[in-house]
Every structure is written in C-alpha cells, then in structure tokens.
Design a binder for this molecule. Sequence first.
Ligand code: AMP
Length: 262
Amino acid sequence: MTKLIKSLSEWQIIRREIDETIGFVPTMGNLHAGHISLLKRSIRENQQTVLSLFVNPTQFDNPNDFSNYPKTLAADMNIAEKLGVNWILIPEAEEMYPDNYHYHVVETALSHELCGRFRPGHFEGMLTIVLKWLLLVRPVQAYFGEKDFQQLSLVREMVRAFFLEVKIVGCETIRDVNGLALSSRNSRLTADAYQQALQFPKWLQSSLSVHEIRQKLEQLDFVVEYIEEYEGRRYGAVWIEGVRLIDNLKVPLNRLLLHDDT
Ligand code: AMP
C-alpha cells in the first residue's frame, strides 16, 4: 500500500526506521509515461520506492509557468498505488524552505550554458531542492530522465562535488507515438500547437547543422531560444503559443565525423 506523507518532520521519523534500500524519484507531479518509466525502474531495482510530488517554487523563473503548472494529485496517487510505490511525499513549500531560501546550491559553469542562459536561477533552485531531497530521503539510487539532460548532468556533478552517497541513474527519454518527448507542459498545447510541436524533435534529429535547424524552426513559426551542440549532444529549446519545449539527443555519428558548424 502506498502511504502519503505531507509532513517532512513525520517523514524524518519514519525514515529512521527504514532499513531496506530506497530508490527515489523526484517529480513535480502530473505523472505521465516518462515519470512512470523512472518509477518502474526504481521499483525493480530497490526494496522500497519513494516518489516526491513537489512543484518547487524556487526553480521557476516565470511566475505564470509556476501558477499554471498542472496539478493532478488524485490521478498521480492512483498511478503510484498501481505501480507499487511505497511512499509519496507532498510537503508544503514552507516546510521545505525553513530558511526562506537563504541557502542555495550555486554551480558556476554548466548551469550558465544552454537553458541556464535563458532561465536565471532555475538550476540553483533545482540543485537546491534535489540536495534537500537527497538528504531527506537518503536513497541508494535516485532516478532522473535524460529528457532534462542538463539537469541530469548537473545533479551527477553535485553528487560528485559533495561526496553524496547515492547513485544517480539516468533514464532514456520517453516519447509519444509521434516522437514528441513527454512533458507535463504538453497538456497546455492546443491541437494545432501540438501538430506544430511535432516538427521540433523531427528537425532536431535531422542531419542539418544547428544553424539550419534554427532557420527551419523559425520558418515554421517557433520562437527558438537555442539549438546547440554541447559535448556530443544536441540540445534545443523552443516556444510555441506560450509553451516552452526542450529536447536533446546524442549527435548523430555521421555529423560528428563530418562537420564543424559552430
Ligand atoms: P518533472 O516532473 O518534469 O520535474 O520530471 C521529473 C523527472 O522525470 C525528471 O528526472 C525528468 O527528467 C523525468 N522526465 C520527465 N519527462 C520525461 C520523459 N519524457 N522521459 C523520461 N524522463 C522524463
């Protein structure tokens, strides 16, 4: 049976009594097949699985995005129960930030690249909440999606930097039948915007150069934040009707061999 815990102080008491290995999946809720793949893997690989559902205010650089973030607690609990998740943690922001966010994790290199150039403070908020969660849950393994590859890399590096005793497991990006990476924000796309959104992964995966991909997407009416290649991966972020989409993939081998388009 899945147990729902709202209070972190209650969780800390419970945690002291757990001797079994814990796998941890931190999320902001509104669960979809991407989250479910992380949860299934954790359940397979650990004796107990902890799921957090917490829309972390400090990682939103846009107040509208925060207030419009989809919240579907009943449906999320149902999914977690069916999968066999042991614990769901849903704290209030006040309890999570007893310091009023006066203490942050600051990373000074990768967090300024890619999404970091467009979302000031986002990665500080993300790293801070992940550190808090890792200390609260004390998992043996924690699961993160490659959909947010920059986030995954930053978390890995933070774990290394602070000697945290947890294995960070990266899980492949889950896409819908049309190739769009699943994201809670996709539910905000109108039917027309969804059709347009499908062009984003299609062109990102093409053998064009990053400049050509940008041009192509702009012709298709996307507002392009960036299309860039960084350490063997190609990353992109675009806006469509007020919804921000991100995606990334390994640079196709033929492009690595052929080119230099930077
Ligand atoms: P979020 O709730 O969006 O913060 O995501 C929680 C976790 O699920 C993060 O580690 C994400 O990278 C991961 N995730 C989100 N969407 C996907 C996806 N389409 N495929 C794989 N993992 C995902």
